[in-house]
Design a protein around this ligand. Sequence first.
Ligand code: FE2
Length: 287
Amino acid sequence: MPYATENNLTDLARKQWEACQSPRLRKIMQSLVQHIHGFVRDVDPTQDEWLMAVDWLAKTGKLCSGKRQEFILFSDVLGVSMLVDAINHRFPEGSTPSTIIGPFHIDDSPELPMGANLAEGLSGEICFLVGTVRGLDGKPIEGAKLDIWQADAEGMYESQLGAEEPRLRAVFHTGPDGKYAIRTIAPPGYSIPMDGTVGDLLRKTTISHYRPAHIHFLIAAPGYETLITHLFKKDTKYIDSDVVFGVKDKLIVEFKQHPAGKTPTGEISEKPFLVVNYDFTLAKSKP
Ligand SMILES: [Fe+2]
């Protein structure tokens, strides 16, 4: 191997990864070398700047836990999460579009019966989520799993509050009619977590660090592509400036005001409430 020079270093580092047994990992590492060398040549960092970057990455890693993922947040604000999502979810026309999962999803949410209150015991504007999960052929999907999670009326997620019990997250299953009807509270728009390394970075800019009001859904059914998406509140603040680029036109929905009275889950509400009516359309799994 020739000795390294500024000019041949990228080629040497690429070549080193020829020794990788997995062709996929070899391709990934060689591309990473190519692009990161290109980045370094472009930025022309001082030694101190390079150390600062290493330190920033180390601090970011230390912030990650089972309940917090600062690297996902970093990927989100760079638009990388949405790019990976777009590449992997080229669903056929007519399917509900996907969007990012975000850093707040928690696995193994409790199963609740259809019609249950996702926000039991929590205050906020009463809101009902109703609709049908369908295939592209228009037929309802029985047994579709809806994993739903959202922020509370203050814009905070369970993991940010360190709650002991599951909070504003649950799993529901559709019956033979594919329908869902869930009671919850309306979440507001919120700031992404600004107390970590991503916040430190954003504070050096005038980038808005807010997300428009939304509710998260992960919908899975046998024979169909899993859909990870949000429903965004129409005309809400930050709808045109989502810091993580998550908004798509077809995911914007009206949170319609209803007077007190009979609700979509059959109960009588003494207070006015909101209704979000949305049908999800899943694409068939690829063979
Ligand atoms: Fe969110």
